[in-house]
Design a protein around this ligand. Structure first.
Ligand code: UT7
Length: 332
């Protein structure tokens, strides 16, 4: 969808990561793996892990507060809070409501967006539609995930990948040439079991048997997912660039979902991007799912990697399978 009139403009960013660092050396003591394997196969050196008493909403609220402060927007002026997550505080209700209360965003509607690692792109697309239609003017989008709570630390094929964290952006109604230029979303549910948690939902409610069978932990077909990831991120990126009338040479910064360094490099090279056009922080945070793009974006903004007028491309894929991309002009 291409917006030509009112556009969602990113006014502020924020992020929050747990303090505890889980290094590759720590993982070597837990499963049969090595720093060498993890670094060469994924690019990850360490990730942050939440403590036992720290729920997702804690980091999501902190990231939201930081984004509001950066944007100079008051919580009570927000129209909507979207929390992109597949790791809510509780199955019921939406964690966005918990965050709305913590922030004091009394006027805001609130809902969660369960699109896995594509959650931030999905939420940005939805926010852009609400702003483009004139329904809302100030929206807080949070991508927050505590996948460590779903990771089986006996499964070396998944436990080395995931980290915890939260990132947020405040989008407000703005005008061309700034803001979201185009977005794209896709899904293919026939691959729903490429990345999934079998039990704990209505299909297989929690029981002693499901717990004993370790069925509340994440399972993944890594190889198959890898191939889909590269293809879908490249295609979605090309689609939004075409919709916006841009070429890959126009890109100032590509902020991809940080799932695997090899996926990021493959997509970057297929798009013909130089290394300095791609923002990568996977070595320090691992795969933080829906949090990964807003955390990376917040870092990039704070490190001076974005200038007013830069074309910024986002692309992601994740459980579902889902994928998406968005392109925006930075600044306002
Ligand atoms: O955000 C979406 C989330 N999902 C993803 O991003 C997943 C995308 N996929 C990937 O990133 C990669 O497929 C992985 C990093 C998960 C795996 O890398 P791979 O190069 O595809 O390895 P593989 O699964 O083909 O496994 C190769 C070998 C296997 O051993 P054998 O069968 O060849 O003897 C695995 O058992 O590596 C072994 N292996 C490990 N060895 C040491 C798998 N995990 C580990 C490990 N340490 N942690």
């Amino acid at each position: 969808m291409v917006r030509t009139e009112l556009r969602a403009v990113i006014r502020g960013t924020g992020s929050s990561l747990p303090e505890r660092v889980l290094s590759n050396a720590d993982l070597e003591k837990m499963v049969d793996t090595s720093d060498e394997w993890i670094t060469t196969r994924t690019g990850i050196r360490e990730r942050r892990i939440a403590g036992p008493d720290e729920p997702m909403s804690l980091f999501a609220t902190r990231a939201g507060e930081a984004a509001l402060a950066d944007a100079g927007v008051k919580a009570e002026d927000l129209d909507l809070v979207i929390c992109a997550t597949v790791t809510p505080d509780m199955p019921i209700p939406a964690t966005a409501c918990v965050i709305q209360d913590r922030l004091g965003a009394r006027r805001a509607a609130a809902f969660d967006m369960a699109a896995g690692c594509s959650g931030f792109i999905y939420a940005l697309s939805v926010a852009d539609q609400f702003i483009g239609s004139g329904t809302f003017r100030r929206i807080l989008i949070i991508g927050a995930e505590l996948l460590s709570k779903y990771v089986d630390y006996q499964d070396r094929s998944t436990c080395v990948l995931f980290g915890d964290g939260a990132g947020a952006v405040v989008v407000t109604a703005g005008e061309a040439p700034f803001g979201v230029l185009a977005t794209s979303m896709g899904a293919d549910g026939s691959m729903a079991e490429f990345i999934y948690v079998p039990a704990g939902g209505t299909r297989e409610p929690a029981s002693e048997k499901t717990v004993a069978g370790r069925r509340h932990f994440i399972r993944m077909k890594g190889n198959e997912t890898f191939k889909m990831a590269v293809r879908s991120m490249e295609e979605a990126s090309r689609q939004v660039l075409e919709q916006a009338g841009l070429r890959t040479t126009d890109i100032g910064l590509f902020v991809p979902h940080q799932a695997n360094r090899r996926i990021i490099d493959a997509v970057g090279s297929r798009l013909g991007l130089r290394e300095d056009q791609v923002y990568v922080n996977i070595e320090r945070v691992g795969n933080t799912s829906a949090a990964s793009i807003p955390v990376a974006l917040d870092e990039a903004a704070r490190r001076g990697r974005l200038k007013r007028g830069d074309v910024v491309l986002f692309a992601a894929f994740g459980t579902g399978l889902t994928w998406g991309a968005a392109v925006c002009k930075w600044g306002w």
